[in-house]
Design a protein around this ligand. Structure first.
Ligand code: SF4
Length: 688
């Protein structure tokens, strides 16, 4: 335990650091008194300092009485406290046993959201390499990377999923920044005050949709058809930049052919969006310039997601809205820190996710979804160990009944977390990690939603609670027990950080002098004029030879969701409603924070949105407990009867262990290119 100095009992001091409660990483001032965080507000020096509601709960979270404070080992179904020494010894023995019996590939090592792109992730990857497993996975296997794949294949980089300042026409597609990104809402409001137009495309009529000039209530999973419908109008009415198309695109002629049948009338049948709205959106987007698109992660979670993102990227490019001030900007690459990988140590075995080569190329990791198959079936080889840091797959991964079956086949499940999550409850060993306020991190904001190349060193506000350990050190200590000591030489976090910064122009001292971070690269418009686009042809690849070579549709192509009333009419009688999952709430990130009272008060219950007419026909009233059943399972959940959802669609909130939407989802319905599961579309029935 840290000794508190006497003067600390009354003095309040401010520690400038970063909020890690979601991936936005806003700058915060943490007020510390007597060794405790007592308050948090925005750090004016940081470009993102307009905070949402979550950091108000940081003091409660950091000092929560349910924090895991010691390593825990399960014995006869119950956890008992053990020392770090015992924990490391147990894990090292098991890992060695698995390696000898099944090979190193039989262990998957996984990093969750809190550590992606931090030094902890880099240390974990070095550990995985030394162990020899090709199976390193991260939260990127179910979130965010697909967007980079779709736009990367088309325009050579990630189109920043963020509204640009000064945009005259903002398209918010499958995203609800009013619940997720307070800073983006500020930009939207500023632009609206200056007369910008707002278009919202979402299966739910969100609060932002109610303020929109145009709103499309799209059927879940049909965004690609809608985008092709918009392209149909844009091409037919000549609303595209002919000069750009001629000089900078590949495959426009094939696109003309492709969208021919995507008339507003046909697209209305597919998407349930009225044909007039489709026409109006296409005309507004293509003529009110500059226009930008801000895509949510919902697009990624579809069996046709990559093609939808490719169609929308194409639309940005051919209308002259790409890489222009106020339009859709390409994100900069991240800061090149020292690479800690030791790939030559990895066993020459196929990773379980090798069936998704495009995902592997863009992410440089294996895919989590095929891992579920391997855990259950033992194919292509058994998965016997799963080490997971800051992730809760027992709530966030699809098809929970199958996942639980897979966990039963593991010889070793280790979870590093701050609370006893549903995944931690299943573990053999639980290790107490830290909150962001108890450690220092290097944070590169390039991969977050804001289009800003900002590098920050975060600061420790308080000491880790109990016997919890700074997260990168957990892996370095375990590595020593595995005999890898010489590869983990750092005696302190500062030493590790200094090594990572070696190839950069930044130093720790500079970063510490600038707690709001250092912008290491400015955004620039029309960079393609100098070097072309970052694609094989150096042009916008409406037609991708790379996709063709790999056996995928080379131009944006609509495919019906794999489970819908149209693709599975055989299921329609039993499961007449379409369900979508994954809607975010301002109080939570994924499965986190339901145990934080201050946040739980804001959103106390998991809800399913049901249209008033549908509810009436089913005899359901607002706040009734109902059962939602899909071909994969059933959950009980409270009904939210509303007019803001289509009568044939229900929307189930994600992240609740109390009503786990992922009992209903299916891991095997996937986008063929990204491998992402179809979280956002499926079939169900609802009854009391
Ligand atoms: S958006 Fe909210 S939760 Fe996310 S980093 Fe910013 S303040 Fe924290």
């Amino acid at each position: 335990m840290t000794r508190i100095k006497k003067q600390d009992l009354c003095e309040v001091h401010i520690v400038k650091t970063v909020c890690n409660m979601c991936t936005n990483h806003c700058g915060i001032n943490a007020y510390v008194q007597g060794g405790k965080v007592v308050n948090v507000d925005g750090m004016p020096e940081h470009p993102l300092h307009r905070l949402c509601v979550k950091p108000g709960a940081i003091p409660e979270m950091v000092h929560h009485r349910d924090r895991i404070t010691d390593p825990l080992k399960k014995e006869n179904g119950k956890f008992k406290k053990i020392s770090w020494e015992e924990a490391f010894e147990f894990i090292a023995d098991k890992l060695t046993h698995i390696k000898n019996k099944y090979g190193p590939q039989s262990v998957d090592i996984h990093t969750g959201n809190p550590f992606i792109a931090t030094q902890t992730e880099k240390v974990i990857r070095r550990f995985a390499d030394l162990y020899g497993t090709p199976n390193y996975t991260s939260g990127g296997g179910v979130c965010f990377i697909a967007k980079g794949i779709g736009s990367g294949l088309t325009v050579g980089g990630l189109i920043a999923p963020y509204v640009a300042e000064g945009s005259k026409c903002m398209v918010i597609w499958g995203k609800n920044p009013a619940e997720t990104f307070a800073s983006e809402i500020d930009v939207i409001n500023d632009n609206l005050l200056k007369g910008s137009k707002l278009i919202v495309i979402d299966p739910r009529r969100t609060s932002l949709a109610k303020r929109a000039d145009l709103y499309a209530q799209v059927r879940p999973g049909t965004d690609c058809a809608l985008a092709l419908g918009l392209l149909h109008i844009i091409i037919k009415e000549g609303l595209y930049d002919k000069d750009f198309v001629e000089k900078w695109t590949v495959g426009f002629d094939k696109l003309v052919e492709q969208v021919k049948d995507f008339t507003p009338k046909n697209v209305e049948k597919i998407t349930w969006v009225p044909s007039k709205t489709i026409r109006d959106i296409a005309r507004m987007y293509a003529t009110v310039k500059p226009a930008c698109t801000s895509l949510g992660v919902s697009m990624d979670h579809s069996s046709n997601g990559i093609q939808a993102i490719r169609a929308i990227s194409t639309m940005c490019a051919i209308t002259g809205n790409l890489e222009v001030e106020g339009g859709s900007m390409l994100s900069n690459p991240g800061l090149m820190q020292k690479n800690l990988r030791l790939v030559d140590k990895v066993v020459k075995k196929k990773a379980v996710g090798d069936e998704y080569p495009v995902f592997s190329k863009f992410s440089r990791e294996t895919h989590v979804i095929p891992l579920i198959d391997a855990m259950v079936s033992g194919n292509p080889y058994p998965i016997k160990g799963f080490l997971c840091a800051g992730c809760n797959p027992a709530v966030t991964w699809p098809n929970q009944n199958k996942f639980k079956k897979g966990v039963k086949n593991l010889d070793l499940l280790v979870v590093v977390d701050i609370f006893m999550t549903p995944t931690a409850k299943m573990a053999h060993i639980v290790l107490p990690g830290t909150t962001a306020l108890e450690r220092e991190d290097l944070r590169d904001a390039y991969h977050t939603h804001e289009n800003i190349s900002l590098f920050v060193k975060t600061n420790k506000a308080v000491e880790p609670v109990g016997n919890s350990m700074t997260d990168w050190k957990i892996w370095a200590e375990l590595a020593k027990r595995m005999g890898y000591k010489k590869y983990f030489p750092w005696k302190s976090t500062r030493e590790l950080m200094a090594e990572l910064l070696e190839p950069t122009a930044l130093s720790l001292e500079q970063l510490e002098e600038n707690p709001g971070g250092i912008v290491y690269m400015e955004n620039a418009c029309q960079r393609y004029l100098k070097n072309g686009f970052n694609t094989p042809s150096k042009k916008v690849e409406i037609y991708s030879e790379e996709l063709e070579r790999l056996g995928y549709d080379p131009i944006p192509t609509f495919h019906e969701p794999l489970e819908s009333p149209f693709s599975r009419p055989d299921l329609a009688e039993k499961y007449p409603l379409v369900f979508t999952t994954g809607a975010r709430s301002r109080a939570y990130t994924h499965s986190e924070y339901r145990n934080i009272r201050k946040l739980r008060r804001l959103r106390p219950d998991p809800l399913v949105d049901i249209h008033v007419e549908t509810a009436k026909s089913l005899g359901i009233q607002n706040a009734d407990m109902v059962t939602v059943e899909s071909p994969k399972g059933r959950i009980k959940i409270k009904a939210n009867v509303t007019e803001d959802i289509h009568p044939n669609v229900v929307c189930i909130q994600m992240g609740w262990k109390q009503a786990n939407a992922n009992v209903l989802t299916d891991d095997e319905r996937r986008d063929p290119i990204s491998g992402y599961p179809e979280f956002r579309a499926g079939m169900c029935r609802v009854y009391k």
